[in-house]
Design a protein around this ligand. Structure first.
Ligand SMILES: *Cc1c(COP(=O)(O)O)cnc(C)c1O
Length: 358
């Protein structure tokens, strides 16, 4: 607290990301970062462009990147919005599309940035409880609302919704914007991008932080009708007209052009995820089905006496150099969210767990 702060700043409760410890030699499975690096082409182009031209402002509308993304998804570039990480894209969507006179709807257990954006922009919201199995029931969202947002797959559960139920929601909900946050869609889901040309109120948000391994470059984008994208552009051009620099734009384009690398690294993460889930189950964990690059798991040994709290397991793992994410939130405080690492990292996690719990 400071006397120099405005009343508004004093009452904010900012989002807290997974920690980024300085210690090297750590098995970092807490922030859903990709264990494989960015496309070598993206790295090369960033080096190439690290030159005197950086004195210039970047291209105003990142048109070349928008065109690349549009081509990749079968859209036109006026249907693409780009921003400094999908968090910024989401912020503009909250401010420009989801701030309405009626409350915004989102799940009670979901990406914890959503209520923070609501507080920042003064948006009323209502959280819809997940089902017992921690799945989203979109039937609950078929009611009067000022907008709807949910991640698919959801975070931190990893559970995926099919396009059929998303389309049913869109059919029932024509008068407000529906945002599908597809941060993890490349790890096994079907993208709602296919529905964009049929529903003018659908906005699909992607990030290059997870499946494209560019978290450090901060690149996100949204896809939707020209109408929705224009709304986002109005916010962006009233806030920061240059959210992406030359290096970000070039890295993003190179990443899209290197489709083989993208597909093969996603496939590796998916196959490691399935193996990790099985091995965690063998150690006595319940593991929710995941379509993301993480698993959500709860220790539930058959013999009750060896039960340990998730907080305790997370603390002990940390002492042994493995960081996973634990949320102190009702209904999920006995779960750990574990990012899928390299095969080596996953095996180290499993061995450490075996020693701790054994
Ligand atoms: C990681 C994540 C984001 C943010 O991604 P950035 O592009 O790195 O800002 C958005 N939504 C969800 C659900 C995420 O997990």
């Amino acid at each position: 607290m400071s006397k120099y702060w405005s009343d508004f700043v004093s009452q904010l409760e900012p989002y807290v990301p997974g920690e980024q410890p300085k210690i090297s030699n750590i098995t970092k499975l807490n922030a859903n970062e990709n264990p494989y690096g960015p496309s070598p082409d993206a790295l090369a182009v960033m080096q190439q462009l690290s030159n005197d031209d950086l004195r210039l402002y970047p291209p105003m509308n990142a048109d070349e990147l928008k065109q690349t993304i549009a081509d990749n998804f079968g859209l036109v570039k006026e249907q693409i919005f780009v921003g400094n990480g999908s968090d910024e894209v989401l912020a503009h969507a909250f401010n420009g599309l989801l701030k309405q006179s009626k409350p915004l709807l989102f799940p009670d257990i979901t990406y914890s940035f959503y209520p923070v954006f609501c507080q920042l922009y003064g948006i009323e919201y209502q959280q819809m409880p997940l089902a017992e199995d921690l799945s989203i029931n979109l039937e609950d969202y078929k009611r009067d609302n000022g907008g709807i947002i949910f991640p698919n797959p959801n975070a931190p559960s990893g559970r995926l919704l099919g396009l059929d139920v998303i389309e049913q929601l869109l059919q029932a909900n024509r008068d407000s914007v529906v945002v599908v946050d597809e941060a993890y869609i490349d790890f096994g889901g079907e993208s709602a991008v296919a529905l964009i040309n049929s529903y003018a109120n659908l906005l699909v948000v992607h990030t290059m932080s997870k499946s494209r391994s560019l978290a450090g470059m901060r690149i996100g984008y949204a896809m939707g009708s020209v109408e929705l994208i224009e709304g986002l552009e109005r916010i962006k051009n009233s806030f920061n007209p240059f959210p992406l620099g030359q290096l970000q734009i070039a890295a993003a384009i190179a990443s899209f052009k290197d489709d083989d690398y993208f597909k093969s690294t996603c496939a590796r993460v998916i196959s490691s995820r399935e193996k990790l889930a099985e091995q965690l189950q063998a150690l006595g964990f319940d593991v929710l089905p995941s379509a993301a690059n993480f698993v959500f798991a709860r220790y539930s040994p058959s013999d009750n006496k060896s039960q340990r709290s998730a907080q305790d397991i997370a603390d002990k793992l940390r002492e042994h150099g493995v960081i996973v994410r634990h949320f102190k939130q009702d209904r999920i405080d006995q779960f750990l969210r574990i990012t899928v690492g390299t095969e080596e990292q996953n095996q180290f996690l499993l061995e450490t767990l075996k020693n701790l719990l054994g």
